[in-house]
Write a protein that binds this ligand. Sequence first.
Ligand code: UD1
Length: 428
Amino acid sequence: MDRIIIRGGRRLSGTVPISGAKNAALTLLPCALLTDGRLTLSNLPRLADVDSFGHLLNGLGVSTTIAGAKAAGGIDRAMTLQAEAIVSTLAPYDIVRKMRASILVLGPLLARAGEATVSLPGGCAIGNRPIDLHLKALEALGAEIELAAGYVKAVAPRGGLRGGRVTFPIVSVGATENVLMAAVLAAGETLIENAAREPEISDLCRCLVAMGAEIEGIGTESLLVQGKAALHGADYRVMPDRIEAGSYACAAAITGGDLLLEGARAEDMGAIIAGLVEAGLTVTDEAGGLRVAADGPIRALSLSTAPFPAFPTDMQAQFMAMLALADGASVLTETIFENRYMHVPELTRMGADIEVRGRTAIVRGVKGLVGAPVMATDLRASMSLVLAGLAATGETEVLRIYHLDRGYERLEEKLSAVGADIERDSDG
Ligand code: UD1
């Protein structure tokens, strides 16, 4: 099993190119199901989840071709997808189990083919993660839904989905994406209230508009969609990954470094930047991206995760690693997912002082961390262990790094280029 070995204590400085956003890519890829035209997505990150999604789509009848063009900081990877005909409407357990975002084929399949059968994702490491909101929203567009033998079977009424009104009781990124992709091909108008406002949702809306959809209220909690009989192909560039950028910002902080996060967009990262500044970092919005520089000790702070524009749950673990070395005690509250503190015991083994009380974690800053073998448990938790390893004395060995490969493109390469002592051992 692959592992990552880090010898900590090096100050990082230089430029880190930020890749296309994983969570945007995973909702833009299923848009290919909505048209028989060609959808070309550029700035697509090279990640295990993107490859898995490509395979899932292949099984449904989408052809995929990949092209790479040289670009500053690496290769700009583009995928052209075309679903001339939908040949299957089944997303099997084998794929959905590995990648929860597979549920995002439900809305588009239902809208284009009139039916979809998708395996229930089941539990996952960071909590229960139900899909009831996805299903209720699609029912509001006329879908009939049945759950049997671990699968969701959804069927559109004769004549196809029709517009409706969806009011979400809680904000859900995935459910907003699913119903949006269904509504763009539904007959008539759909109003989505209490929609998620994450930048990845706006990216999805912009791609759909480029494909001929009509959506008002982009970036707000109220989205109004006028359904179309058909959409067409488009070329669309995936937005930069704000979570990857935030993670490297924490790497600058924890090593007392100075990094230019090339391509990162400040407007997507308000709460993350506010947190970094409160922790004592200097963040500057420069022409090429965001510069994050540490000049002094890390300061303790309190923060609570919540839907955008508040502080993202996907940054909680990385901030916790950084705050483990702060001057004073920090209080972190996780309000989105239960069980999202699995990195705590591992950070503790490296010398961090963290106490979890329900949804709150109290992080008392320590003077230093010590390298140790640690086990990655989920994607962002894994990154928090890498960050801790960058600051720790001695060697840190991160096991189960397939989690990292789901969400961080060329992690070791990007970190080595700015001075980290990090390597992947492929037969460890
Ligand atoms: C997406 C992101 C993930 C991020 C999360 C929250 C992708 C591929 N993943 O996940 O990285 O951490 O947003 O920003 O984009 N919920 C229900 N019923 C549902 C759906 C969700 O109760 O049908 C609950 C969840 O359990 C959770 C909350 O709603 O407590 C928010 O989840 P949601 O926004 O749906 O997360 P995902 O779309 O799964």
